[in-house]
Design a protein around this ligand. Structure first.
Ligand code: IPE
Ligand code: IPE
Ligand code: MG
Length: 250
């Protein structure tokens, strides 16, 4: 029996590998508006996001994307109502618990990027369980950005460098881009090639600031709960036509 007929219909565009993004950063935004427009609680929008993220993972696998970073909860999202924060914490914990075996079967390695303090212990436990289960997978890496902030990440990395300097392990000369990268949440993360944000908002909201220095941005006018693999394919196709110069000339 066909489990998921839509999945079989996934037809990624044919794009030569050198024009494909290696790393896609995705701001999963617009859940609240999606729900409010329908007279539902904002949390209903978040719930819809689970399947959408899994579909995006499948679309990335079909394309052969190496890294997908998904912004699930920012260091600024604590400013929301207590009820919404509580929902989001429990929801992230449950999504990880529900999906980690599915992701593992697909060969996806799950990595957590984010700050430990303040994050619910049960969420950290599920993130670490998913990391542990999937650590040897090589098909694709899914970075779950939970309690993530680009500024927080830089401050944490710089703090580590300063601690090392104070212990005499490094000197001023060791403060290099390469060494700071080593103390970011996921040191192995390649630079972001394609920065994606649905929902119509055109801002980065503190996502992967360091890694996105030369990312191509694509903003799409669709709320995340309505996001489909086709939206991802469209964005990747647009990316493939961008002229990336990295400050140089042709
Ligand atoms: C994104 O959707 C999910 C999180 C930030 C956790 P929002 O909740 O920001 O939805 P909008 O932007 O208010 O519509
Ligand atoms: C960014 O969306 C954070 C996540 C999607 C997790 P927000 O909805 O929090 O960002 P702003 O408030 O529109 O900048
Ligand atoms: Mg939002």
């Amino acid at each position: 029996m066909k489990e998921n007929p839509q999945k079989e219909a996934l037809r990624p565009p044919e794009i030569p590998e050198k024009f494909l993004p290696r790393h896609i950063a995705l701001v999963m935004d617009g859940n609240g508006r999606w729900a409010t427009e329908r007279g539902l609680e904002r949390t209903e929008g978040h719930k819809r996001g689970e399947k959408v993220l899994m579909d995006v993972v499948d679309a990335c696998l079909a394309l052969g994307i190496e890294y997908l970073s998904a912004y699930a909860f920012s260091t600024e999202n604590w400013r929301r109502s207590r009820d919404e924060v509580r929902f989001l914490m429990g929801f992230n914990r449950d999504v990880l618990r529900r999906q980690r075996d599915v992701l593992h079967e697909k060969g996806v390695r799950v990595v957590w990027a984010g700050r430990r303090p303040r994050l619910w212990r049960s969420v950290i436990r599920e993130l670490e369980a998913a990391e542990e289960l999937t650590r040897h997978n090589t098909r694709m890496t899914l970075v779950m950005c939970v309690n993530y902030g680009g500024r927080a990440e830089l401050i944490d990395g710089i703090s580590t460098l300063i601690d090392k300097a104070n212990r005499g392990e490094i000197t001023r000369r060791d403060v290099t881009e390469k060494n700071l990268q080593r103390y970011l949440y996921d040191p192995g993360m390649p630079e972001v090639d394609l920065f994606l944000r649905p929902s119509g908002e055109k801002r980065t909201s503190n996502f992967l600031l360091w890694q996105s220095a030369y990312a191509e941005h694509v903003y799409q006018d669709v709320l995340f709960p309505d996001y489909t693999p086709q939206h991802l394919f469209d964005a990747v196709t647009e990316y493939a036509h961008r002229d990336r110069r990295f400050g140089g000339t042709k």
